[in-house]
Structure formats: structure tokens, C-alpha cells
Design a protein around this ligand. Sequence first.
Ligand SMILES: C[S@@+](CC[C@H](N)C(=O)[O-])C[C@H]1O[C@@H](n2cnc3c(N)ncnc32)[C@H](O)[C@@H]1O
Length: 217
Amino acid sequence: MITDRDSITLKEQVIFQGGQEGKRVWEAGIAISRYIISNKGLFQGKAILDLGSGTGIGALTLMKFTEAQKVILSDYTEEILELLTQNRALQPRSQVAVDTKLVDWTIQETYEQLYEVKIDFVIATDVIYKGSPYDHLATLLYILAEKQNPRILIIIPRQRDCCQDFLRIMKEKGFNWTETELNDNLYSQKALENQKDSDKFYPGLKSLNFVLYTFNL
Ligand SMILES: C[S@@+](CC[C@H](N)C(=O)[O-])C[C@H]1O[C@@H](n2cnc3c(N)ncnc32)[C@H](O)[C@@H]1O
């Protein structure tokens, strides 16, 4: 459930091992879905790249609820790409063109394929955490920003310690940004029909303060 009126069907795996973080729907992913539904017009006719898509919650929300021109789902293992393909197939038909790409932020050859693709927006949620190669992600964002200057939307929980380090790296690369607190009730409401299940599977909806960072060079 994204809002009390809108929902999306996704397959996820609640128990996973290190390196399989993309198999779960993360609360920041739910937050970007809610943001997208509240700001549909922003994406009309646009091409959007989702980095570290995981289950695909952000990009598939764009596919289902907006009139985006194109969405590109991406992640770094064949296993997660297979999950993305399955989750895409669970969505109703849509006019939005959808593409899925293997993009590993740590391997430049895997993201060179993006240089010639039109990208108006980059979205990424819950990609800045201890152990994530966010320094490489910053390099990828810098290269894309230099080539096409997309608007980059990243949601990071305020509580995340390594966020400051990521921001330092982004500053060093010359990025500016704005911060928007996503503190409307919309962002903390239950994500499953049953409140208890929602609290059990997505506790962060109640405990995390989501911040939307919009970066540009
Ligand atoms: C915490 S999950 C967030 C998934 C999804 N964005 C969400 O909000 O539900 C982090 C995502 O980053 C991806 N990731 C981690 N390292 C990566 C890398 N080197 N290159 C590309 N994606 C990576 C993971 O596979 C996973 O999908």
C-alpha cells in the first residue's frame, strides 16, 4: 500500500543475506513512492533512472501512477534484475517505457551504457548506508550530472550516520543540494492493510525521519 487509496503489488524477501539488500522493500522506497504519487506532474514526459532499484518500488510506482516517458530500473546482480523483471510483470500494462539495466556503481564499464541515454531525473532510495559503496555512487552521479545534468532525488533517513560523509563527498565534487523533510503524515502511515503487519515489516515508517535531497551541479 502506498497511500490509503493507491497500492502496488511487489514480491519481496523479508529475510536476506548481506549483498541481497535489494530483495526487501525499504521504508525509504515506500517514501519515494508516496512522494511520486503526490508529485505526479513533476515526472510527466520525463525519463527517470532508478539506481539500486531493489524490488523496483520507486520506478514501478512511476510506471503505474505517472505519465513518465521512460523509467530505467537498475541494480548490480543478475538475481536482483530477475526480481525486478518479475515485479515489473506484476504491474498492469502502462504507456511508460521500461528498461532494466545491470549497473554496478563500482564498475565504470557497467554505467557507460547510460551516457547516451536521455535521463531527466535520477532517483535512489536507501542507497546510503554503512557498507554501501556510496563514494562510487557519487562518482557515477558526478559523471551523469556533467553529461546531462539530471535532477537527482535521493531519500536518506535523517538518522543515517554515513549521510554526512556522503554529503561531504558530494560537496567535494561540486554538487549543491536542497533538503526537504518528508514529515507529513502521508510518510508515516501504514504500508499494509493491517497496521500490526505494517509495524512489524516496516518499523522505519514510524521511527525514521526521511529527508529528500535534491542535488545538482
Ligand atoms: C537498501 S537497498 C534499497 C533498495 C530500494 N531502492 C528500496 O528503497 O527499497 C540498497 C540497494 O542498492 C543496491 N546496491 C548495493 N550496492 C550496489 C552497487 N555496487 N551497484 C548497484 N547497486 C547496488 C542493492 O542491490 C539494493 O538494491
